[in-house]
Design a protein. Sequence first.
Length: 192
Amino acid sequence: MPDLALIGFVFFGLFSPGPNVILLTASGARFGFRATVPHIIGVALGVGITAAVTGLGVGTLLQAAPMLTLILKIAASLWILVMAYRLWHAKPAQVDSADRPFTLLEAVLFQWVNPKVWAVALAALAYIPDLSPMMQAQTLGATFATLNLAVCTFWTSTGHLLSKLLKDPALWQGFMRIMAAALVVFSGLVFL
């Protein structure tokens, strides 16, 4: 079982604003909690997998390969900007084939280009230096997935509750544009 220092670090690392928090809050507001459940589960699984492979040494490989890291950062920034564009132009609860929450697979795959998840996973290795790579992978994977499930549920619920306050179209548009602007800012922070 991971110690409290690791649990606290991972929890606050995942709970703080970043692409997942912004996208889940916005999805909860736009589509409701139930429709966002595949997104929630996909984020938790994807973050767990990313953390586990970090424990197996992929994180070290990324640190050692600056070109690979740059490609990852560019892909992350572009994907985040596409999500920001969609939020900027979002209409309340207009769900069709082009306007829907993330699927489980999309949410899992997004974690591979989510620089915040990689950064938190790499930093979390400092809390378990004496474990073998396999034990690091198991510990990080389970800790990240479990805690992130709670974090994702909280932020999606918050978005869903906010939607009840955002009945006025101007308030709705303002909220979505704030979420979009936050994503744009984060897309630039990827390169720091």
